[in-house]
Design a binder for this molecule. Structure first.
Ligand SMILES: [Fe+2]
Length: 204
């Protein structure tokens, strides 16, 4: 018998039921930062939108509602809290063919999410953050949630994923002909954190 002691909060995957066509908006209306790389010898970087509150656009009215409901479910089902998290910033990412998004996490956020606009998009790679100090030989290359150092999420168009903001992740080089578009967002507590009696209380 095995008794699981601790585990990381999982990746939540939801399928957006809406039928809006966002392609024209993404290709023609969204303004993106210039693709300036800090290192000219590396592949082109991800381009975030200039608008850092993208979900406020009326075109995302229904998607915004779906995201809020999904965040609420994650809080209730996984974090076991009725605390409401609000979406803070939200932005669109553009990855042209040959570009990548280097490893990062989302600071000053509790849960983060990614919505995928593009079919057959390059996966998002999540890292466990555990140090793989001892490399025992693995049977037939298998892995499970206790041994895996990375998790590849292969998205479908319309997928929404939610995860703890401190989990590091990246997008490897987009080798598809099609530009990869996603929307990312962060969240934070709305009213307060912690408990008075534990000296952990923070009010906003
Ligand atoms: Fe990210």
């Amino acid at each position: 018998m095995y008794n699981v002691m601790f585990a990381k909060p999982p990746l939540m995957i939801e399928k957006y039921p809406g039928f809006e066509d966002f392609d024209s908006y993404l290709n023609n209306d969204v303004k993106f930062r210039d693709p300036v790389s800090e290192d000219k010898f590396r592949t082109a970087p991800n381009q975030p939108s200039i608008d850092c509150y993208a979900l406020n656009d009326p075109i995302f009215h229904n998607l915004n509602k779906f995201i809020k409901q999904s965040v609420k479910s994650y809080c209730k089902d996984i974090l076991l809290t009725n605390s409401n998290l609000r979406v803070t910033q939200s932005w669109i990412n553009k990855n042209v063919t040959g570009s990548q998004h280097t490893i990062h996490y989302h600071a000053n956020s509790i849960l983060s999410g990614i919505f995928y606009f593009t079919e057959n998009a390059t996966p998002t790679t999540f890292y466990s953050g555990e140090i793989d100090q001892i490399n025992l030989p693995i049977i037939n290359g298998r892995s499970n949630e206790f041994t895996a150092a990375v998790h590849f999420f292969t998205p479908m168009k319309g997928d929404l994923v939610i995860f703890p903001s401190k989990i590091q992740h990246l997008v490897s080089t987009n080798t598809n002909d099609e530009t990869r578009y996603t929307l990312s967002f962060n969240t934070f507590a709305t009213a307060s954190l912690g408990k008075h009696e534990m000296m952990t209380y923070v009010e906003f």
